[in-house]
Design a protein around this ligand. Sequence first.
Ligand code: NAP
Length: 240
Amino acid sequence: MRFKDKVVVVTGGSRGIGKSIAESFSDEGATVIVTYKNAIDESYFDSKNIKHYKCDVADAKAVGELVDALVKEFGKIDVLVNNAGITKDGLLMRMSEDDWNAVIDTNLKGVFNFTKAVTRPMMGKKSGKIVNITSISGVIGNAGQANYSASKAGVIGFTKAVAKELASRNINVNAIAPGFIETEMTDKLSEEVKTNYLSNIPLKRFAKADEVAGVVKFLASDDAAYITGQTLCVDGGLVM
Ligand code: NAP
């Protein structure tokens, strides 16, 4: 029960990696709040005692209001996991401005919105852990993902800058760059793309979402108190 008495917010926690992160913190005693944009299986999350709020991470006003309400209700936020993310893949030549904006607004501006909103309450109590879910696409770039790679590289730079700003307040800010994790986001990739990925992964398998969740918990724990501004690749050795 490492996270007993901790309040943890996971953005985009209704499915995939975020859902696994939320359950994993809840299993270790945390009060967990997830956000989502479209829909959530309310009865499932209620049965797990995980609170859920509809809130588009790209909407700064909605994010600010939600964080204020959460601090009022739960007294504090100890851990923020910026996980919400989308892809709208396509070659640059054919990429629409809408697809560029949607990905940057969700994946990068969303991280800015939530991090900015939790900064004041975390600074007030002089402690906090922020874990940003980026991607190896932001580390090495991926053809067909100019928008996504740019957003995720932006998150890595953002993580470093904010880690420096908040270090004196005992707030750790780190990022995790997953490789290929089995979720709805990767289900939609073609067999050809999946086979190509697999052949380049030294561990010769894709990961389950809970293999990311474990690393998030490590970075949010006291075991990682002396780590800040870092990006950990959780990718079976794909990037090294
Ligand atoms: P996923 O299965 O598609 O789930 C995405 C989650 O984000 C959902 O809960 C979704 O909620 C939420 N979301 C999307 N847009 C949002 C918005 N504007 N505001 C609030 N919530 C929003 O994705 P995933 O595979 O679990 O990915 C999670 C994170 O890991 C993303 O940041 C992704 O880029 C990153 N990642 C994934 C992989 C991978 O292999 N799967 C690899 C590297 C990085 P709704 O259902 O309500 O839209």
